[in-house]
Design a protein around this ligand. Structure first.
Ligand SMILES: [Mn+2]
Length: 418
């Protein structure tokens, strides 16, 4: 992404921020595994969205006094350290930080505490905005909570405010450059899913499907999948978040993929179900047609102004009616027997991106239309999940290029590679 994208994101944020405020975002810390081994570092997504900087231990600070155009920005970075870098790889240099973020004031991170102290002591600021984001009350305190506790103790007279709802509102609406990146990610995902379909045959293990997927992604760069892929066969499809990859596809089983690639930090999330032998059985056809028709119905319906919560609700109702016609369900209250989940989650800088479900559907949003059917009685479970881009008048399916209809899937699987 160009630095203008990130600087534009910051300008959008400042419009929400009151005057006489300090804004802080942390890139995060690496989490230790055992001894001196660490888990792979994952930069805080809002920090990355605002700065374009993919690095641990960076801090972004903005000071707003009057209008948004006069906000003063500083990025605190880890200084170069030849010995550390010999072991762990290069740190971002000052010119790279400038090129990627567009932030002019670049300062070593060990100056942060003193700088912040002077700013607060000056009496020029009433508020500090931090990005507080806990999913549940039992979530451990992250770096933001740790900082806020210290700030409250040291400066009890300053207001601590939450910028999370603002960043959610901004990230939810995608810019054209984000859509372009997502389209590139879709091409990679489509190729990888197609490769699994073409290699598929009874007797194949789930890890072998995964190897096909990983091989295609590996041809496009070092990033790998956007999230751990879900690849399962037969009865394992009844575990919604299955990551074992140990099962074997037997003749007549369906394969389930719930996978995604990323490009320029923008992700996608696509699910497909297909028969491992390349031919849908009658029952598989019946259930798949319900999911496919529901998905098509939703892509014909979604448009700006619709309540976000209606996406799953209307899909569920439509899907129920068809399953009722098949004689598998009688009352809507029992839909949960076969329809185990919705899936209208946003996708972007994360696979389950930030979202405010109280907002209505708006142009530039990208979220999943995820139709799952799990019929244990018939031994058939799968989901059909696509990425819906909302336009001015309706929506488009960004993942339509991944084989989707029964015909497309069977035609693809006829072209076996193995
Ligand atoms: Mn998914």
């Amino acid at each position: 992404m160009k630095k203008e994208f990130h600087s534009n994101n910051r300008q959008k944020l400042y419009q929400y921020i009151q005057n006489d405020s300090i804004v802080l975002f942390f890139s995060g810390k690496q989490i230790r595994k055992t001894n001196d081994e660490y888990y792979p570092f994952y930069t805080n997504r809002s920090f990355l969205y605002l700065t374009g900087l993919d690095s641990q231990d960076f801090i972004f600070l903005a000071k707003k006094h009057e209008n948004t155009s006069s906000v003063e920005e500083t990025i605190y970075i880890l200084p170069s350290d030849p010995i550390y870098e010999r072991w762990n790889g290069k740190r971002l240099k000052i010119n790279e930080v400038l090129d990627q973020s567009g932030i002019l004031n670049i300062v070593p991170v060990d100056r942060f505490e003193n700088d912040l102290h002077r700013m607060i002591q000056s009496g020029d600021y009433k508020n500090i905005f931090l990005d507080f984001d806990k999913l549940t009350i039992t979530d451990p305190d992250d770096i933001v909570y740790q900082h806020s506790q210290r700030l409250k103790m040291m400066y009890p007279y300053i207001n601590i405010c939450n910028s999370h709802s603002y960043i959610k509102a901004i990230r939810t609406i995608k810019e054209p450059c984000e859509i372009e990146a997502m389209k590139k990610a879709q091409l990679i995902t489509a190729e990888a899913v197609t490769a699994m379909m073409k290699a598929s045959k009874p007797g194949m293990y789930e890890y072998q499907y995964k190897a096909e997927f990983d091989y295609v992604l590996g041809q496009y760069g070092p990033d790998g999948p956007a999230f751990p892929p879900i690849i399962s066969a037969g009865h394992n499809n009844f575990c919604i978040h299955y990551y074992s990859y140990t099962g074997q596809a037997m003749d007549g089983d369906m394969i389930l993929n719930d996978v995604g690639a990323w490009h320029d930090n923008l992700m996608n999330d696509v699910s497909r179900g297909f028969p491992c032998n390349g031919r849908f059985s009658e029952r598989q056809k019946q259930l798949y047609t319900c999911a496919f028709n529901t998905s098509e119905h939703m892509f014909g319906l979604i448009k700006p102004g619709m309540a976000m919560s209606d996406v799953d609700l209307l899909a569920r109702k439509f899907n129920f009616e068809q399953l009722k016609d098949l004689g598998l369900l009688e009352h809507y209250e029992d839909a949960g027997k076969l329809i185990w989940h919705g899936g209208a989650h946003h996708v972007g800088y994360d696979v389950h991106d930030v979202v405010d479900m109280s907002h209505v559907v708006a142009p530039g949003m990208v979220f999943c239309v995820d139709i799952g059917i799990y019929c244990e009685e018939w031994g058939i479970g799968f989901r059909l999940e696509d990425n819906c881009l909302v336009t001015e008048n309706g929506c488009i399916n960004l993942s339509a290029n991944t084989p989707r209809s029964i015909q497309e899937i069977e035609d693809t699987m006829m072209k076996r590679t193995k």
